[in-house]
Design a protein around this ligand. Structure first.
Ligand code: ATP
Length: 283
């Protein structure tokens, strides 16, 4: 569990704070996503939480303990999938994983072979990482973050650089970690990833959270209370959702025509973002 209250962070070289009073909570068994344009403070917030950046103000509690009170055992509790993989290029994938496993108490790490198999990298396990594609490095990055079975996981753009099949697999692995009760904090530009895996998302703009809720509630809240009926001939018509069962026009419309599809007009997460911030996610 992560609890953040009024988190303010200013880089030493800057005058103005980058994080301007963030409040959020991530429960065990929850995937929480930060969405926002480039430079809005997503990585900075994660870096505070994984103790790369110190000197913040506000209250941050992780696993029931004030973040500033944690000693180095904190790093056994957390796993981090950095946005830009930083592997040892001249070592093989296996050697990279074994090197990082050696930093943790023995016995807790999962078997290296099973991890490579999990992300379909078994064939590349004994090849040097310099020969890996970006997607392969990202998959190695993922298994490195989880190999010591941490309770709290941070993933910065976990699906970036992955083809759709591998992106899907990583998302499913993240959902299995959630099922196992892990606390998971994701930052992403991918609305599809956020929608698929996040229980709740927070939109961050210029260091402030402007909306926090489940993707479903946000899409509903910012959508239109209407139903779109699409016909077999390609035509479509909208009807208000209120008292739709008493709407004669609607009832006759669906009775007299060949209906192909009916859907409520929820917004997409990207539309929600543009609505709440006035900015495009591509930043
Ligand atoms: N080391 C640093 N020193 C000074 N300012 C920094 C430093 N790192 C980041 N910043 C500034 O802090 C702000 C937030 O950066 P951050 O990397 O947290 O954004 P982000 O939302 O993760 O962006 P992206 O989506 O591009 O990864 C930016 O204005 C950035 O220029």
């Amino acid at each position: 569990m992560i609890k953040v209250e009024n988190l303010v962070y200013t880089y030493p070289s800057n005058e103005a704070p980058t994080l301007k009073g963030l409040n959020f909570e991530i429960k065990n068994g929850e995937v929480f996503g930060f969405l926002g344009p480039s430079g809005s403070g997503k990585s900075t917030a994660q870096k505070v939480l994984y103790k790369i950046l110190t000197g913040f103000s506000g209250k941050v509690e992780v696993a029931g303990k004030d973040l500033t009170k944690w000693d180095n055992s904190y790093f056994e509790k957390i796993g981090v999938g950095f946005e830009l993989p930083n592997h040892y290029m001249k070592l093989t994938g296996k050697e990279n994983l074994e090197l990082f496993a050696s930093f943790y108490p023995s016995g807790k790490s999962r078997s290296v072979e099973s991890l490579f198999e999990m992300v379909d990298l078994s064939d590349a396990m004994n090849k040097t990482v310099e020969s890996y594609s970006k997607g392969m490095k990202m998959r190695l990055n993922f298994i490195r973050a989880i190999q010591h079975d941490p309770d709290i996981l941070f993933f910065d753009e976990p699906t970036s650089g992955l083809d759709p099949v591998n992106a899907h697999k990583i998302k499913e692995h993240i959902l299995s970690l959630k099922e196992a009760g892990k606390t998971i904090f994701v930052t992403t530009h991918s609305m599809e990833t956020a929608d698929h895996i996040c229980d709740r998302v927070a939109f961050i703009v210029e260091g402030q959270l402007v909306a926090t809720d489940t993707p479903q509630n946000l899409k509903h809240q910012y959508g239109r209370e209407a139903v779109n009926v699409e016909l077999g001939n390609g035509q479509s018509q909208e009807f208000p959702l209120a008292q739709i069962g008493d709407n004669r026009e609607f009832l006759n419309f669906i009775k007299e025509r060949e209906v192909k599809r009916m859907e409520t007009l929820d917004a997409t997460l990207e539309e929600v973002f543009i609505e709440v911030t006035g900015k495009s996610l591509k930043g």
